[in-house]
Ligand binder design. Structure first.
Ligand SMILES: *[C@@H]1O[C@H](CO)[C@@H](O)[C@H](O)[C@H]1NC(C)=O
Ligand SMILES: *[C@@H]1O[C@H](CO)[C@@H](O)[C@H](O)[C@H]1NC(C)=O
Ligand SMILES: *[C@@H]1O[C@H](CO)[C@@H](O)[C@H](O)[C@H]1NC(C)=O
Ligand SMILES: *[C@@H]1O[C@H](CO)[C@@H](O)[C@H](O)[C@H]1NC(C)=O
Length: 802
């Protein structure tokens, strides 16, 4: 395809451009090189031959809205359109500098966007685990804490002229299909978990302490600006000839409300994010960046975004060359995107075509003004114009600080999931292990551990590094294959050598799994198996090793390791995601019991055959009976799995006791509030008043509380993730099997008890989204299930009546 050669490993094409144009002259990047930290600085204006007092946009006594309008009104049309791409050109005539909008901070400050770079002054930044592993901690305060540290490093690098203020992270697409190549970037398959991750990470990045009570959210200060992406129904990159630049996701309004939009809604409403990025794909025939309902209607209208909407990089070009949307030319596509509500183009289409579009009468210049004002207000909130004294003192020492690197280690430990532990083989007693055989393509993993959208890590501790650093241990290392694809192992020679290395070792650790050569942006999987001869390697080593065999899997998506689960020679299995720069150390800490693992799988691990039962292009979450497609995710898939969503063991045992729970909600509807119809599997389940729309209920007045006592009945201190699920009343057709409605990670000392109290909003926890897309609270007896491993249940009776 002609389009394809112009594109686009999301953002890679532009990265290359930026390297050739922007980076040779870092002076254009920020203001700091001129030894001034913000635009509205009189000496800076003087150098430009201007008098600052004449520029109302620099008058800090005025509201941002007024100042932004003044700034925009000073520009000519030609100047305006040059500010609407990621590489905004600035207008020297009026004192406005250039600004590069594109920086990334998915799990640490990254140099993927051209707004940020590393060099001798700042050689690296803290590289936290990839998001899928951090998500597995199910620890909201950790998610926020990481955001805070990342934004501190970003702000420090901004002060040093090495980074921007606007970060296009996090990626909050729900993992609908296990083949998706970008699972590593996301918090998994549950929309509520994804939404809470988004809210906490965004607040960590954006919030400025001490300004929590700002009532005018359009002027709320920002530490850095975050961006929730990719909006929406985007989780297909390239699968069997279908790619995201051409893919039209056919999505029902039911799935849209219940699954695809939910994390974005939480990100905007609860996280108060300052930007949303629209995606490459179309949804129901319309490219997302050109859809006025999705952008203006929902993000701005219904959710009330305080900030700007940006396109994925070159999305408008994708509309023209990929989707061939309405046969548009450049001007037409840009006009439709602007009219739909797209404020900033990552790319050059806006700059190249918006002036012509105005002159041709396709759009109003006023629409350009409106978008520019959204953009400048965000920059004002960041202190780009006035500076921000809170962050002025941040510098080199705040990047890769001891505290930040320690949190990267803590995050990896918290996320690691113990999948199997026969005979309590783990933790190993360090005094009884003298020789350790490290085997497998990830035994010395380095860059694999930091995944994609990474920066340069401060330093990286591979598994091999961490095990060899132990005192007085004999450590051997054999790859077993030449790389993760494991297609070339020298006719079994490498496997044979690996087997030999385990014959005398007290313990064997096998490091296997996937990496970016298997699952990545622009690369979806076609199967759920370990690549190449990895399975052979594992089986052969398991058959010959002298000591216990511990299998350590690095991956984002699930792999069908049923063979290993069932192999009695493999005593223990750990899933470690891609664990970040301290990954090796975190694994050592878990293996020897310095840390008791408590992570839980944020995605279902399906059996390999699952992907033969449905194409990746089918967007429905519910089973499609006419086509024999099974459901997707734990909410709708009722078949057997390798490991279910939420699975994870501990070195100790927990028991739950229900302390108290709301048993009944009796809600009297006013005369004008109507009972809604519900589809029942059998008329015998029918309720008098089957349901009521959640938007007409007083949800706050009907909070449901559930309190459980979590008792550590085992021998070791431990961390337990308490998961609370709801089940809809019996007999309602087409609803979820169960859905997560709350969770809390708690530390409980051996022998101790910790009470955990949940306050549940019935409209968000016990609602169902019907096939008509009505969001209702149904009458009847709802189930409440607490825990995966130690499940207890209770019920909530909802009685709606007039
Ligand atoms: C949650 O994460 C924080 C770090 O932000 C950590 O201090 C705390 O111990 C964690 N909680 C549990 C129960 O692991
Ligand atoms: C914000 O408001 C809360 C509740 O009124 C108050 O306790 C808190 O101190 C306020 N914070 C700031 C920074 O003013
Ligand atoms: C481990 O990886 C590092 C970084 O790639 C490399 O320098 C080192 O030689 C590797 N060690 C072994 C034993 O392969
Ligand atoms: C799972 O769902 C399918 C499709 O709705 C249904 O045909 C099947 O009976 C269900 N299986 C179980 C074990 O409930």
């Amino acid at each position: 395809m002609a389009g394809c050669k112009m594109m686009f490993v999301c953002c890679l094409l532009l990265t290359l451009l930026a390297m050739s144009h922007g980076r040779e002259n870092p002076k254009v990047l920020t203001l700091s090189d001129d030894d001034v930290s913000h635009v509205c600085n009189p000496s800076r204006f003087m150098k430009l031959g201007l008098e600052m007092s004449k520029f109302v946009y620099c008058d800090s006594s005025l509201p941002y809205e007024v100042r932004a309008k003044d700034l925009v009104d000073r520009m000519t049309l030609a100047e305006k359109v040059q500010q609407m791409g990621n590489n905004a050109q600035g207008v020297a005539r009026i004192g406005l500098p250039k600004y590069e909008w594109w920086s990334e901070a998915l799990h640490g400050v990254s140099n993927v966007g051209p707004g940020t770079y590393f060099d001798d002054v700042v050689p690296g930044a803290t590289s936290f685990p990839t998001v899928i592993l951090t998500a597995a901690s199910f620890n909201k305060s950790l998610w926020r804490n990481i955001g805070e540290f990342v934004s501190t490093e970003a702000r420090a690098m901004y002060n040093l002229g090495r980074a921007g203020l606007t970060y296009w992270s996090p990626n909050i697409n729900v993992v609908r299909d296990p083949r998706w190549g970008r699972i590593l970037e996301t918090p998994g398959e549950d929309p509520y978990v994804v939404g809470l991750y988004a809210t906490n990470y965004v607040r960590g990045l954006q919030d400025v302490k001490g300004t929590e009570n700002t009532t005018d959210l359009s002027s709320r200060p920002l530490k850095v600006a975050s961006c929730c992406k990719h909006y929406t129904a985007y989780d297909l990159d390239a699968w069997r000839g279908v790619d995201r630049y051409h893919f039209n996701a056919k999505v029902t309004e039911q799935d849209m409300t219940e699954t695809f939009l939910r994390p974005f809604e939480m990100c905007v409403k609860d996280g108060d994010v300052s930007s949303v990025m629209c995606s490459y794909n179309s949804v129901n025939g319309i490219p997302t960046c050109a859809d006025p309902n999705l952008l203006k209607g929902i993000i701005r209208g219904k959710w009330n975004l305080h900030g700007y909407i940006v396109s994925d990089c070159d999305s408008i070009e994708v509309m023209v060359d990929g989707h061939k949307w309405l046969g548009d030319n450049k001007e037409q596509a840009s006009s439709q995107a602007l009219t739909a509500g797209l404020d900033l183009d990552c790319g050059s289409y806006y700059g190249d075509s918006l002036q012509g579009a105005v002159l041709d009468g396709l759009i109003k210049e006023k629409d350009i003004d409106r978008s520019l004002k959204y953009l400048y207000i965000v920059l004002m909130r960041l202190g780009f114009f006035d500076g921000n004294p809170t962050f002025r003192s941040l510098g080199k020492d705040d990047v890769c600080s001891v505290e930040h690197v320690e949190l990267a280690l803590e995050a990896a430990r918290e996320g690691i999931v113990l999948l199997k532990n026969d005979g309590d083989t783990l933790p190993l007693n360090i005094n009884k292990v003298n020789s350790i055989a490290i085997v497998g393509p990830h035994g010395n993993a380095t860059s694999a551990m930091i995944g994609n959208y990474a920066g340069v890590p401060c330093k990286i501790v591979s598994p091999l590094d961490a095990f060899t650093a132990l005192n007085n241990k004999k450590v051997t290392f054999e790859m077993g294959c030449s790389n993760v694809l494991c297609a070339d192992n020298n006719n079994g020679g490498l496997i044979f050598t690996a087997m030999q290395s385990t014959k005398d070792a007290d313990v064997t650790l096998l490091f296997v799994g996937l990496d970016l050569s298997v699952e990545a942006e622009s690369l979806d999987r076609t199967d759920l198996l370990l690549p190449g001869d990895q399975t052979d390697l594992i089986n052969q080593v398991a058959a010959t090793a002298k000591g216990p065999v511990i299998l350590v899997i690095m991956s984002a998506g699930g792999v069908d390791i049923t063979f290993a689960k069932n192999n009695p020679n493999i005593k223990s299995i750990l899933w470690v995601g891609y664990p970040g720069e301290q990954g090796g150390q975190a694994i050592v800490d878990v293996v020897f019991g310095n840390y008791n693992p408590g992570g839980r799988l944020p995605v279902t691990w399906y059996e390999a055959d699952y992907v033969n039962q449905l194409p990746m292009t089918s967007m429905q979450l519910r089973p499609v009976e006419s086509l024999n497609y099974p459901g997707r995710t734990y909410r709708f898939f009722n078949g057997s799995t390798v490991y279910p969503f939420g699975y994870g063991l501990s070195y100790t045992k927990f028991a739950y006791k229900l302390v108290s729970s709301t048993q009944k909600l009796d809600i009297k509807l006013a005369n004008h509030q109507h009972c809604r119809v519900v589809n029942y599997l059998d008329p015998k389940f029918k309720q008098d008043c089957p349901a009521a729309g959640v938007d007409q209920l007083d949800c706050d007045a009907n909070t449901v509380t559930v309190e459980v006592a979590v008792q550590n009945v085992g021998p070791k201190d431990g961390n337990e993730v308490v998961l609370v699920y709801a089940k809809a009343p019996q007999g309602i057709a087409g609803t979820y099997i169960k859905q997560l409605i709350a969770f809390e990670r708690v530390f409980v000392a051996a022998g101790g008890t910790q009470n955990v109290k949940f306050e549940l909003d019935p409209c968000k926890c016990f609602n169902i989204v019907q096939d008509t897309a009505y969001n209702v609270l149904p009458s009847g007896i709802h189930g409440i299930e607490i825990g995966n491993n130690a499940a207890i249940t209770t019920t909530l009776q909802v009685n709606l009546h007039h």
